[in-house]
Each structure stands twice: as C-alpha cells, then as structure tokens.
Design a protein around this ligand. Sequence first.
Ligand SMILES: NC(=O)c1ccc[n+]([C@@H]2O[C@H](COP(=O)([O-])OP(=O)(O)OC[C@H]3O[C@@H](n4cnc5c(N)ncnc54)[C@H](OP(=O)(O)O)[C@@H]3O)[C@@H](O)[C@H]2O)c1
Length: 445
Amino acid sequence: MSSSSSSSYPKILLTGATGYVGGTVLHRLLTSPEASIRALPKVSVLVRGEERVDELLRTYGRDRVLPILFRNYDETELIEMLASQHDIVINAGSGFHPASAEAMVRGLRQRSRQQQRNTTAKPWMLHTSGCSNVSDRPLTGEAFPDRELHDADGTTVYDFEKAENEREWYPQRASELAVLGHPAVSGPSPEVGAVSIQAPCIFGEGEGLFQRAGLMVPIMMRYVVEKGYGFQLGDGTGVIDYVHVADLADLYVRCVRDIVENAAQNLPSGARGIVFPTAGRVYMRDIAQGCLDAAFAAGVLPRGGDGVMTPLRKYIRQVDLQEAATTTAGNVVVAEVGWAGHRATKGTVARERLGWAPVHAAEAWAQDFVDELRHVVAGKRTVTIDSCIAEKEMLPHLEGGGGSAPLRCTFERATCLTLNNIVGEWSGISVLRTTIGRRRFVALL
Ligand SMILES: NC(=O)c1ccc[n+]([C@@H]2O[C@H](COP(=O)([O-])OP(=O)(O)OC[C@H]3O[C@@H](n4cnc5c(N)ncnc54)[C@H](OP(=O)(O)O)[C@@H]3O)[C@@H](O)[C@H]2O)c1
C-alpha cells in the first residue's frame, strides 16, 4: 500500500458517518491536508436515511464520498459483502453490535484471500469501543476505585476483558473481543489487522454533518438546566478519562496514514490492539459540579417562575440506578458503568507509536462546560444515548413512509448503491433489488 500508484491506495468503508465519532472521523479524513490521505479513493459510508445521503454528497462531493444506504447493523451479509470490497474498515458507529463488527472482519478476510496482494498489505479494521468495557460495577458488584489499566500492557487489558466477559457478557466488550480475537486477526498467520480505539468520555463539538454532540457532559448539562440540580450515582468516586472529539478523530487519521505510508508497522493488532486515547481524567461528581458551576456563573440557575423554584445553591442529588437509567435509554448496566464506574485508562501507545499528541486538555475540558451550557440553553442538545448503544432501531421518517418515499434496499451480491441507484466503481456483475415506495426494481449491474 505504500506504492505511489493511486490504484493501489486502499479503499475505506466507514460506519457511523451520521454519528458524533464517525462524522468527525469522516470529516477529518476528507479534509486532511496529508498527501497520502488526499490520494485515497472516495470513502464508502454506510448510512440510514435518504436525505442524509443527499447531504453527504452535497457537502463532500461525489468524488470524495460514496454513501451506501442500509437498514441497520443486523444486515450482516450485506456488511460482510461490502467489507470484502474494501481494504480498511473504520467501524466508527455504535460499538455495541458484535455481529456486525464480526461480519466486517469476515469481509476483510475475504478481501485478503481474494485479492492478489503483496503480503504486507493486509486489510485493516479500525474498531471503535469505549472504556466502560473495563469498568467495575460498584453498585451491583464489586468496586475497584484504584484500578488503572495501561494500554502498553495490551494483552493484560485483553485478557482482563475476556475474563470479565465470561463473567458477564457486555455487548460493547463482546464486540471488541470479537474483532481482536477473531481467528483471521489473532490466528498464527493473521490475514487481517485490527486495532480497537477504546475511547473514554469524548467531549467537544463534533465536526460531522449530523450528530455533533458528545454524551456525558451534554446529558448532565441538560439535566442540570431542566431540574436545577445535578445528580450523582454511587459515592461520586467514579472516574473516567476524557478526550476531545477532534483529537480522537485525528488518531483514526494517523492510523490510516500508518497503514498507507508505513504498511501499518506501528499499529498494534489483535490481543495487543486495544488503544486508550486519553488527555485527562475526571471524577464523575466533578462532571455534575462543572455543569452546576457553569449554569450558576451564567445566571441560568437558580431559576424561578412558572411556579417552580430551583435550589438556590448548587445541589447534587443522590439518585438510584433506576433514575440514572432514565438518561441511558433505560439500560441499567450502561447507567451503572457510565455514571458510577471506575475506569481509569492510561494511554501511551498512541503517543509513542503513532506520534499522536492531543491538543485539547484540561483547559478545553473546562471550557466545554461553558460551551455545552450555551448549546443546552439554545435547545441544541437533545442528544440521547440510544443510537450510541445501538438501541435506536430506525429513523421514524423511514418507518412511516410519509414525506419523501422511503428507500428500502435488499442486496444480492450487489456492489454499491447511491440514491439514484448509481453503481460504484467495483467490477463484477451484481444483482441489485431495490424497492422505492411500492415499486420494486431489479437491476443487473
Ligand atoms: N460518545 C461518547 O462519549 C463515547 C465514549 C466512549 C466510546 N464511544 C464509542 O463510540 C461509539 C460511537 O459513539 P457516538 O457518540 O459516535 O454515537 P452516535 O453519535 O450515537 O452515532 C452512532 C452511529 O452508529 C449508527 N447506528 C447506531 N445503531 C445502529 C444500528 N442499529 N444500525 C445502523 N446504524 C446504527 C448511527 O446511525 P443513525 O444516525 O442512523 O442512528 C450513527 O451513525 C459508541 O457506540 C461507543 O462504542 C462513544
């Protein structure tokens, strides 16, 4: 892949283009000034929602991005087939869907076997995961407030997660293990490389076209502004690291560059492949406190009127698991690990191996409370966690059929589809079956 011929540059398939992480990664990839990134072919992106296809094409151009409509991650055959036609899969959508992640690795293995490639240029999967994978369960299980894992001890982290998952299956962890532990990745002669970027709390405004809000600070800020007080689950010693979304996205770009420019020499893979991108650390109680401080400093709180008076002083209310789960789509496990868990992750691998140097640290983190308050007050923070944890089934406008005609696609050996059913650049005959409104179309491509 280090050849200068543009045809030898890897094809990228990216998931999560409509999300916070994936949207920002896509934006950074498509706007990177690096010659090796600019030389890449257009990036294929799996999306739900016809009008989002339009917006992606309008913004980035048909020559840079190739949107592919799909229904959801359960379409594993389609996902495997698409992965088999790409050299790098950036799985930057929900990290909570093991079956689709595994399908991506299977597809890349097919790619590896089908292509007449030089052996150093194996396909790669850049997976996205989260630090709740290594959290304790301080309320329903045992608390480990002093535990810290270090990505330089990659196999220790991997083995720890494996043991945890045998004790209790957790979808995001299962997904990461399915990717890194897949025989194609961790067998005696790996056919696919795979690294998992295991993010902590991500903050800052995203750069994608759709979902631009993080989760933890926006959700707490909205709670604080609505109720007039913050909440705490557990004893408040829960701990998490943080990273700015732009720095995080830069790490993905660095990974792609390493694949293109250095034959992935610096990327850890398989059981050593968990990377912690971290720029600072915070106690959970300080997130609620930061939101209150910002709201009181700006005069947003305390609030009277409408017969409702919010607390005159900054107040953090102790809540139980059920109440905390009202912020996590009713998922009590995510509520516990998210709001009470101890998950200190020390990350040095990205810095030392890839030269990653996050530019947003403590100052940017502090500023984020001010920025998020502004967004919440302006009504711009309606973000919920359901899409992040893959529990948002389908966009309402696609289900009802009102407005623009829903586009529901079923593929049989199909290569690629855009809104106008234009095929991508891949060769080979494919059959495409499409339903637009009530009309069905079959095309030989
Ligand atoms: N946000 C954080 O603070 C954070 C922290 C640590 C780790 N992470 C990791 O990063 C991942 C992505 O987070 P995010 O904040 O970018 O989430 P997000 O903004 O909610 O984006 C999720 C993306 O995945 C897609 N998606 C979700 N469920 C799907 C399904 N069933 N079928 C097809 N597409 C689906 C969404 O598509 P639609 O737009 O069509 O719904 C969207 O593009 C998380 O799952 C987690 O593993 C996030």
